[in-house]
Design a protein around this ligand. Structure first.
Ligand code: ADP
Length: 454
């Protein structure tokens, strides 16, 4: 590979450019008109406007525009990052047809894991416990009610192609179930262009635990331990921790083993994450994300393994152990603990309403054990209303979880961002909260802790 196009924007585009630069590979960026002044554009060796005349987000979804640019710029491969086209099988197929390597899993894996119903069926076939559910699509509200009679409330109604916490409805009674079905279906259709819906038992107060997997084209596959992503707001992750604390070692190992078993079963290639909910010492499969994730950073910090570089090398056909020098499973390092905070330009005192405008002051923390991945996190940049509000990911690594908590507190305190509002005051409240510090937070922690919002 001599040149790679990154079909993304913001922090993840920059993250990938950096990995490519370190590997001596040329970088090509793309930007929507509204991102003309965005930093990611200037971090690539060359960058081109895409989707001219399209709406801002649609520019990054312009498959044929991106393919045409890739051919013109003579790139060998495309890295899709996360979101946008990263799980789009049609895009991956178009890359293949044009002889451009898609840096991600095979089409077959995108097909299975792009659809949560198929993913669940694959997990069941691999012998992994998943949440009791309809195990197939439901086509009307009656079927949802039948499920509730069989399993009892609460239940959760989910879009098969859902993502980013959208297309999900919790129901505690028949009325909510009927209403939830209709709403989830219409939300799914408008957000994901598909109205397949399925139902699951709603697990009360679970932890969200996910396992990072790397597989190569030679059949080697390893896990890089787990992350605890229980601190969520509206089913979206806010703070992530690696490894999971406050969980018995044998349960942690069992979960990592189950993830590996599933990915071995399907012959997975490249980076992927297997997600589980854990309650009362039971773990249940929920889904696989067949791509790099926002929170891959904390796994990199505890293992010392560069996941994005590994993705690129895997796509070049390299061997996980012989070429990429990842140790055999038993010898993969696990050093201390890491935490990530997603700093967004949202106002926690105004229901997390996205704020926009020019960043007048931007002073960031630094020092030992701190890592920052920013998109437009620089003085003088303008935060527009068109895209995701993630400004910078702040990560820390320290010998123990409590050291990491203190380091994160120090890092958040050091930030000075003026001109746009950020969620930093809220994040500080989370980090200082004794439930968080004890490692006991579950997915309902934020909703059930009003003191975080002051
Ligand atoms: P997405 O693809 O939108 O991220 P997921 O299926 O990964 O959706 O679920 C996201 C979050 O929603 C989970 O981490 C959890 O907090 C909640 N959730 C999903 N399914 C269930 C369930 N069956 N019971 C309880 N919570 C759930």
């Amino acid at each position: 590979m001599k040149k790679v196009l990154v079909a993304n924007r913001g922090e993840i585009a920059i993250r990938i450019f950096r990995a490519l630069a370190e590997l001596g590979i040329g970088t090509v960026g793309i930007y929507a008109q509204e991102d003309e002044g965005s930093v990611h554009r200037f971090k690539a060796d060359e960058a081109y406007l895409v989707g001219s005349g399209k709406k801002p987000i649609e520019a990054y979804l312009d498959i044929e525009g991106i393919i045409a640019l890739s051919k013109e710029a003579q790139v060998d491969a495309i890295h899709p990052g996360y979101g946008f086209l990263s799980e789009n099988i049609h895009f991956a197929r178009r890359c293949q047809e044009e002889g451009i390597k898609f840096i991600g899993p095979d089409l077959h894996h995108l097909d299975i894991f792009g659809d949560k119903i198929k993913a669940k069926q694959a997990a069941i076939a691999a012998g992994i416990q998943s949440i009791p559910g309809s195990d197939g699509p439901v086509s009307n509200a009656e079927e949802v009610l039948d499920f509730a009679v069989q399993y009892g409330y609460p239940i959760i109604i989910k879009a098969a192609l859902g993502g980013g916490g959208r297309g999900m409805r919790v129901a505690h009674n028949d009325e909510e179930a009927k209403d939830g079905f209709i709403r989830a279906r219409s939300e799914a259709l408008s957000a994901f262009g598909d109205d397949h819906i399925y139902v699951e038992k709603y697990i009360q107060n679970p932890k969200h635990i996910e396992v990072q997997i790397l597989g190569d084209e030679h059949g080697n596959i390893v896990h890089l331990y787990e992350r605890d992503c229980s601190v969520q707001r509206r089913h979206q992750k806010v703070v992530e921790v690696a490894p999971c604390i406050n969980m018995a070692d044998d349960l942690r190992q069992e979960i990592c083993q189950a993830a590996l078993q599933l990915m071995q079963h399907v012959g997975y290639v490249n980076a992927g994450t297997v997600e589980f909910l854990v309650a009362d010492d039971q773990y249940y499969f929920i889904e696989v994300n067949p791509r790099v994730q926002v929170e891959h950073t904390i796994t990199e910090m505890i293992t010392g393994i560069d996941i994005v570089q590994a993705q690129i090398k895997i796509a070049q056909g390299q061997d996980l152990h012989k070429d990429i020098h990842i140790p055999e499973q038993a010898n993969i390092p696990l050093i201390g603990a890491a935490i990530q905070c997603r700093i967004t330009t949202e106002d926690p005192l105004n229901n997390f309403f996205p704020d926009t405008g020019k960043i007048n002051t931007y002073r960031s923390p630094g020092g030992f054990g701190i890592r920052l991945d920013a998109g437009n996190g620089f003085q003088g940049t303008v935060v527009s209303p068109f895209f995701d509000s993630l400004l910078v990911k702040a990560c820390v690594q320290a010998p123990t979880f409590s050291d990491a908590v203190r380091k994160m507190e120090r890092a958040l305190t050091e930030f000075r961002i003026r001109g746009v509002k950020t969620n930093i005051p809220f994040l500080r409240n989370v980090i200082q909260n004794p439930i968080f510090a004890s490692g006991e937070a579950t997915t309902t922690f934020i909703d059930e802790t009003p003191s975080l919002f002051v």
